[in-house]
Each structure stands twice: as structure tokens, then as C-alpha cells.
Design a protein. Structure first.
Length: 200
């Protein structure tokens, strides 16, 4: 009854919405539909927060990296993805304007499968803890853990092998991808933005 009642929009595949080849990796986040919030725990202060409610109306894309099974600091697909996303080959480096903060275009968050007590904040990859602002202070607010009273991986049917969920600035889901398919993510943003360089 979502559509007849006027409470739901689902955008078709296009410039700002990707294909659904990997939809099963995060079945609870249908591509083209609104990103529905679930409570998670922010590791930096152990606060339970709704993930979707943290997004501000600031024109940025949200990139949610749902980790595979290993914990922070252990070898994992998530760690390899994060290393790539911080590299010159990634959309983050290719499209963020020169001189801007690393999170000026993409707000990148990680959600681990462990409870917050099992996540070492400083072991999370640096791309999730960017240095921002005039004093280059580390933003530790992008590292999250599953809430044991309501595990986001179960509630939103997210693969335990991990997934990347890309959300547009208007809070509609644009892409669902595996941690291993980086070319699709790179090509998706290359259609939208021209190359740019971030200052070192």
C-alpha cells in the first residue's frame, strides 16, 4: 500500500540510480527508494543513534560501508575497500574539489558486525576518520557497530560478506555493491562528476 497511499517513490535506473545486479547484498535497502534508518552504536562515544538521522541537508553523498565478518584492524575485504577508497583511483580522490576537506563530497561511514565493545576505534581505516576543518582535527564519528538489541545486518538483510550502500544527497538509495566491485562505483560517479584533485 506504499505507492497507492502516496508514501513511497522509487526512482528507476538512470544517471543518479544504479542497476540492481547486487541488490541481494542489502535487500532491505531497495535501490531507488528512500534510505530507511536503523539504530546502530557510534563507537567513539557508545551512543545508540539512528544511522539515517545523522545525514544533514548539505548536498553530500553518503557511502555506507557494511563490513564483512573480521573485526576492525584484521585483514578483511572492508580493509581492502577502504584502502582503495582512500587512493588516487577512487571517486573520493578523483572528484573531491582541490583544497576541500576529504569529506566535502562523500561522507563515508563504516558499520561493523561486532558490538561496539569489540570495535577498536583507532583500528578502523583512516578513510572513515578523516582530518577535517581549519585545524585538521580527526572526525571519529563515522565508525559504528551493530546494536545487539536490533542488528542492522539482520533488520535490513545485509550480507555478512559486507556491502557498500550509496545514498544520494536526497536520501534515496543509488547503489548497492559488494566490497570487491570497485570499478562499478568508480564508473557510477565518473558519469556524474568531472575529475578533480584534492590538495595533499
Amino acid at each position: 500500500a506504499e505507492f497507492p497511499a502516496g508514501f513511497m517513490t522509487q526512482y528507476p535506473e538512470g544517471l543518479l540510480v544504479g542497476g540492481d545486479a547486487y541488490q541481494e547484498l542489502a535487500a532491505g535497502y531497495p535501490i531507488g527508494k528512500r534510505f530507511k534508518s536503523v539504530e546502530v552504536t557510534r563507537v567513539s562515544d557508545s551512543n545508540p543513534l539512528h544511522l539515517g538521522h545523522l545525514a544533514e541537508a548539505d548536498g553530500r553523498w553518503r557511502v555506507y560501508a557494511f563490513a564483512d565478518r573480521p573485526a576492525a584492524g584484521e585483514p578483511s575485504q572492508l580493509a581492502e575497500w577502504a584502502e582503495w577508497f582512500a587512493s588516487e583511483d577512487s571517486p573520493l580522490r578523483r572528484h573531491t574539489p582541490a583544497g576541500a576537506d576529504p569529506d566535502a563530497l562523500f561522507e563515508t561511514k563504516v558499520i561493523y558486525q561486532q558490538e561496539y565493545t569489540g570495535v577498536n576505534l583507532t583500528s578502523a581505516p583512516d578513510v572513515f576518520r578523516p582530518e577535517v576543518g581549519p585545524f585538521s582535527l580527526t572526525n571519529n564519528g563515522n565508525v559504528f557497530a551493530a546494536n545487539p538489541d536490533g542488528d542492522i545486518f539482520d533488520i535490513r538483510d545485509i550480507s555478512r560478506d559486507g556491502a557498500v550502500v550509496v545514498v544520494r544527497p536526497d536520501q534515496y538509495v543509488a547503489q548497492v555493491l559488494p566490497l570487491t566491485d570497485r570499478e562499478v562505483l568508480k564508473d557510477f560517479f565518473a558519469r556524474i562528476y568531472s575529475p578533480a584533485r584534492v590538495s595533499a
